[in-house]
Design a protein around this ligand. Structure first.
Ligand SMILES: Cc1ncc(COP(=O)(O)O)c(C=O)c1O
Length: 237
């Protein structure tokens, strides 16, 4: 698990006191109740735990053989997520890293393919180099700017010409991450994603979005997920 370095710039635990509003006739009093200390762990959203109702929903879920296509809960989940993402279909996998890996390998369908991705992206830094070790896919990094984007001109400069030197790998895919975790959870604007989508099409490439926090981006931008990922050929959520 990732642990913050000693000089990590945010306060990791946060203590709050709770107040209570009390009505007495026409008067409203704010009263300090016995101070309650709640510790909010801000290292990562991944340290949150399922609530009782989430555990109960999991325990009571109707299950069957998913490989044979008989698991009703997995089928509903996949249908709902496909609708939310505005894509033809969805596949349930146990982790975000696996979703990213499968997506990259689907698009980079020959060994020696190349993927263009952010130098601060989760796929590049935190996924054990799976795209290269398991898929034979070569990562070509482009600098992530502070706002989480990669300069469009830098992405375009990284695309290998199909008529180029035969020693080059073959560019097949561009990956974006929204929100971009290592850039402080910044949202990529829709216009930016659309432009990267156009660039991908222009060069006959696919676009994958690592949407581990796409629902946060949707709330922050006030835009449905399906619009955010409209230009993408795949998205992991
Ligand atoms: C941006 C991003 N992508 C992918 C993942 C991988 O998810 P998982 O831990 O489920 O493999 C994470 C995990 O936090 C993430 O932050």
């Amino acid at each position: 698990m990732w642990m913050p370095p000693p000089d990590f710039p945010v306060q990791l635990t946060h203590t709050i006191s709770v107040t209570e509003t009390v009505r007495d006739g026409n008067c409203l009093f704010i009263k300090m109740v016995t101070p309650v200390i709640r510790t909010v762990d801000l290292r990562s959203d991944t340290v949150t735990k399922p609530t009782e109702s989430m555990r109960s929903a999991m325990a009571k879920a109707e299950v069957d053989d998913d490989v044979l296509g008989n698991d009703p809960t997995a089928l509903v989940l996949e249908r709902v997520v496909a609708e939310i993402a505005g894509k033809e279909a969805a596949m349930f996998v146990p982790s975000g890293s696996m979703g990213n890996l499968i997506s990259v390998l689907v698009h980079c369908d020959e060994r020696g393919s190349e993927v263009i991705l952010g130098d601060d992206s989760h796929i590049h830094i935190y996924e054990n180099g799976g795209v290269s070790s398991l898929g034979g896919v070569h990562p070509r990094t482009v600098k992530n700017e502070e706002d989480g984007t990669m300069e469009i001109s830098s992405i375009e400069a990284a695309v290998r010409s199909p008529k180029g030197d035969l020693h080059y790998p073959v560019t097949k895919l561009i990956c974006l991450e929204n929100t971009q975790a290592n850039c402080g959870g910044r949202c990529l604007p829709i216009e930016y994603i659309d432009k990267v989508g156009e660039l991908a099409k222009k060069h006959g490439l696919k676009l994958h979005i690592d949407g581990a926090r796409i629902f946060n981006a949707s709330v922050a931008l006030g835009v449905p997920v399906k619009r955010i990922v409209q230009a993408a050929d795949s998205v992991s959520v």
